[in-house]
Design a protein around this ligand. Structure first.
Ligand code: FES
Length: 140
C-alpha cells in the first residue's frame, strides 16, 4: 500500500525560493602566467582579466571587458573556468578548442595555468625597465 502526499503549490514555491537564496562561499584560485612566471590570486567572482590587473603592470589592455574587442586573449593550458559569451570574431571554435579564450569573459573555478597571446602579449611580456638611479645591485 502506498501513500500519496499532495504538497500545496505555495509550499513548493517557498522551497524553490529557499534553494535560490543558498549562496556558495567565494573561492580564490591561483592564476599562473607561463610567459612571465608571474602568478596572482583571483576570486571566482572576478574575471581572469580583472585579477590580472592587480599585478599593476603598465599596458595591460583594458578594452571593452565584455568579450567584444579581443585584446585580452589568453590560452588556458590547465585548469577549469566558467565562461561567458565571447565574440567568434575574436575566438574561433577551433581556437577555443585549443584553450584560447578572452580573459575578460572567463572566471576561474580552479587554479589556472595560461599564456597571454595576441595583443596583450607584448605588454605583459615586456621586460621590466632598469632602475633610473643606480642601486647596489646595478652599480657594485
Ligand atoms: S577586454 Fe575586450 S574582449 Fe576582453
Amino acid at each position: 500500500m502506498g501513500f500519496l502526499f499532495i504538497v500545496p503549490l505555495s509550499q513548493q514555491v517557498l522551497r524553490n525560493e529557499g534553494a535560490a537564496k543558498e549562496t556558495k562561499p567565494m573561492q580564490k584560485h591561483t592564476i599562473c602566467i607561463e610567459n612571465t612566471g608571474e602568478h596572482y590570486t583571483c576570486a571566482d567572482s572576478r574575471s581572469v582579466l580583472e585579477g590580472m590587473e592587480v599585478l599593476g603592470k603598465k599596458g595591460i589592455p583594458v578594452g571593452c571587458r565584455q568579450g567584444g574587442c579581443g585584446v585580452c586573449k589568453v590560452q588556458v593550458l590547465e585548469g577549469s573556468f566558467r565562461r561567458r559569451v565571447m565574440s567568434r570574431a575574436h575566438v574561433s571554435a577551433e581556437e577555443e578548442a585549443s584553450g584560447c579564450v578572452l580573459s575578460c569573459r572567463i572566471y576561474p573555478s580552479s587554479n589556472l595555468r595560461l599564456n597571454v597571446i595576441g595583443a596583450m602579449k607584448k605588454n605583459i611580456c615586456r621586460p621590466v625597465a632598469p632602475p633610473i638611479f643606480p642601486t647596489p645591485e646595478t652599480n657594485p
